[in-house]
Design a protein around this ligand. Structure first.
Ligand code: ATP
Length: 365
């Protein structure tokens, strides 16, 4: 079992005032693919390096498979790492690169040869085994780095932005490949990225980080559909979640922006007469070019045909929002469109704290 239990990790680098990780606790299940996601500087690499043993925390603990490894050196944690830069040895062949960890662990020659063949096959590197890294493409080099990491049967696989040096098409390709390989291996994996699409596509669960803290932990669908605060909603998704500031009507049945009214879920009665922020994803909004019952009118500002959809930027009062229309939808800037918002897809946020308003906030009238 290689579950990871992280408890209250605090790490402040010398000479800095803010902690890089600020009391982080996280449980990662055996075999789980956990992604640490967040903007640059949020502390995700620091957290990964502490799991790896490349950085020591000021306080807190890390256990892997029930064993406290907080102060154990990296080489005694039985984990392997893949970094952003192709950390392959340039003066060794692909075969020697993949065999490296096994040779360090003094495995028998026959076992090493068999393992190298098998891993090379998994990563489609068999034709290149006798080449040197300089004779490979960037994508192939990164596959060598992954092959070397998985060859050793580590308890935990740690990856820090392993796809970020690849061009967009290769990245897409390798992403799916990586997912398949890690699925087949079933190794507990912690993966750092600032790319939200990568996080959603690869992970079993995502820990969204900000300023040294985990602000939300959940499955990709949970964090995408129900962001815990406006930061998460704005960070995940392309386009990001729309946020509209408005007022809940006195009877709690409507959300109002200027003269436009939208029917809202019943729990908003607790916020009657108060200002709230409506969060709504572009693809959950239905758009029509003629008035429909319950629809709100909006002015079209920008029309972007994207092939699979048409992305509209529309104005509602003085606020803009993005709407994803079907690919056949035709409109022009300056036109009026009618939007139908699905109450089940609406999320509401406190304008001051930016935190999600949930049904738990409902106080009896
Ligand atoms: P990125 O995606 O840019 O790598 P990150 O989310 O991985 O960012 P970290 O690298 O963990 O963030 O950095 C967290 C904070 O700690 C940042 O404010 C960073 O400037 C600081 N930091 C990181 N490494 C060091 C160091 N060796 N010395 C001092 N400060 C550091």
């Amino acid at each position: 079992m290689a579950d990871i239990a992280i408890r209250n990790l605090v790490k402040t680098y010398p000479g800095t005032s803010e902690p890089a990780t600020d009391n982080v606790s996280l449980d990662i299940a055996d075999g789980e693919f956990m992604v640490l996601l967040g903007p640059s500087g949020c502390g995700k690499t620091t957290l990964l390096r502490m799991i790896a043993g490349l950085e020591l925390p000021d306080s807190g603990s890390i256990a892997i498979g029930g064993r406290d490894v907080t102060y154990l050196p990296a080489h005694r944690r039985n984990l392997s790492m893949v970094f952003q830069s192709y950390a392959v040895f340039p003066h060794r062949t692909v075969r020697a690169n993949i065999a490296f960890g096994l040779r360090m662990r003094k495995r028998p020659k026959a076992e090493i040869a068999e393992k190298v063949e098998r891993v090379a096959d998994m990563l489609r590197l068999t034709p290149y085994l006798d080449r040197y890294p300089a004779q490979l493409s960037g994508g192939q080099r990164q596959r060598v780095a992954v092959a070397r990491a998985i060859a050793v049967d580590a308890d935990v696989l740690l990856m820090d932005e392993p796809l970020s040096n690849l061009d967009a098409l290769l990245r897409l390709d390798f992403r799916a490949e990586l997912k398949r390989i890690v699925q087949d291996l079933g190794t507990t994996t912690v993966y750092v990225t600032h790319d939200q699409v990568e996080a959603l596509s690869l992970s079993d669960r995502v820990a969204v980080m900000r300023e040294g803290r985990i602000v939300q932990l959940g499955t990709p669908i949970e964090v995408y559909d129900s962001p815990a605060d406006q930061f998460v909603g704005g960070f995940l998704g392309s386009p990001p979640m729309n946020f509209l500031t408005g007022t809940v009507s006195a009877d709690g049945s409507e959300f109002r922006v200027r003269d436009q009214r939208v029917a809202v879920p019943g729990y908003l009665r607790a916020y009657s007469g108060r200002q709230v922020v409506l969060g709504v994803r572009a693809e959950t909004i239905q758009v029509a070019d003629t008035p429909t019952p319950g629809a709100v009118a909006a002015d079209v500002v920008v029309v972007e045909p994207l092939g699979a959809s048409v992305l509209l930027t529309v104005q509602l009062g003085d606020q803009e929002l993005k709407v994803q229309a079907p690919p056949t939808f035709r409109t022009t800037p300056g036109s009026v469109v009618w939007l139908v918002l699905d109450p089940a897809a609406m999320r509401f946020y406190d304008p001051e704290t930016t935190l999600a308003l949930t049904t738990e906030d409902v106080v009896p009238a």
